[in-house]
Design a binder for this molecule. Structure first.
Ligand SMILES: [Fe+2]
Ligand SMILES: [Fe+2]
Length: 315
């Protein structure tokens, strides 16, 4: 039977299909009976599902597991929800295809990595080129699957590469318009600005992040990135001022103290880096929200965009 995706479910539909568990909790209802509360997902979205009046004591409903559900879709507070009739954990015999559940970047990771490597190689300044290449080549394996975020923008397999690639494409064009921008610095800044996300988050090989690392929690990718650049720069004998320029671009790319940047950008390439980062994250989040919105209606409120609702036009 062909898989029915979450995006295509409507109130009243009967469901008999596989979903991946995003979160699970055993709770007590107002009638004092236990119920299971699931957040399920596939590559098209998420849905809440509930199994009422549970007698089971223990369960193996861990995050990332695929379960088969029989149930009925209803509407609750403006969102779809599944009332589960039957649930079981999938086994190898079910031959589920992970691609149905995991969201991946629209381009091949290897191709995106190649693109970024070529751009790094085209940096004319020897020292900027050296440190950029050193830091990406070392992490090729992780770069191929890492997302750019735990939730929100580019929280998909290969998302970090996709984010860097699209920013590089914009950066090249911005340098044609704003000829005062030093392209070498901007390209280097784009490639390295989020590189420490590889150490900020714990991701499995499908780009699903379980949590932040201890260092990620305590320091965050901005400080971690500066540490990486400082260490690699010293080992490679990079000029102090060049290192400071790269470190400042990383430091200021979130622009505001409340978003993790202790200083605002202090030169044009750093300012531009911040905007490119914003554009890519925002447009990505808008595209995602609209993909899950029916034509002629509004999206859910988007937390990362001042709780705005987006409108999807009829054509
Ligand atoms: Fe960042
Ligand atoms: Fe970024």
């Amino acid at each position: 039977m062909k898989k029915k995706y979450i995006l295509d479910l409507n109130p009243g539909d009967e469901v008999e299909d596989f979903f991946m568990i995003k979160s699970f909790a055993s709770k007590i209802a107002s009638n004092n009976k236990k119920y299971f509360d699931f957040t399920l997902y596939d590559k098209t979205g998420e849905i809440n599902a509930k199994l009422w009046d549970v007698a089971e004591e223990k369960s193996d409903y861990q995050e990332g597991r695929i379960i088969k559900i029989r149930g009925k879709v209803s509407e609750w507070n403006g969102s779809n929800q599944i009332k589960i009739i039957k649930v079981r954990i999938s086994s190898e015999k079910d031959q589920c295809d992970l691609k149905d559940f995991i969201k991946t970047a629209p381009e091949e990771s290897k191709e995106m990595y190649k693109y970024i490597l070529e751009k790094a190689e085209s940096i004319k300044d020897d020292q900027l080129k050296k440190i950029t290449l050193e830091l990406i080549k070392k992490q090729e394996k992780e770069l191929l699957y890492y997302p750019a975020a735990m939730k929100n923008h580019h929280a998909i397999m290969g998302g970090l590469l996709f984010h860097i690639k699209r920013m590089l494409m914009m950066a090249e064009n911005m340098c044609l318009v704003y000829t005062n921008l030093r392209k070498d610095y901007l390209m280097c800044g784009v490639i390295l600005h989020d590189i420490a996300k590889l150490y900020e988050m714990e991701s499995n090989e499908y780009g699903i992040v379980s949590d932040y690392t201890t260092e990620g929690h305590l320091l965050g990718h901005i400080v971690q990135g500066i540490k990486m650049v400082e260490k690699a720069g010293e080992a490679l004998g990079i000029d102090r001022e060049k290192l400071l320029m790269i470190e400042h671009m990383i430091l200021s790319h979130h622009n505001e103290p409340e978003f993790g940047s202790p200083k605002r950008p202090m030169f044009p390439e750093a300012e531009m880096l911040h905007y490119l980062d914003q554009i890519d994250a925002r447009i990505y989040d808008m595209e995602e929200a609209l993909n899950q919105t029916k034509a002629g209606s509004f999206s859910d409120k988007i937390w990362t965009m001042h709780n705005r609702k987006l409108y999807k036009s009829k054509e």
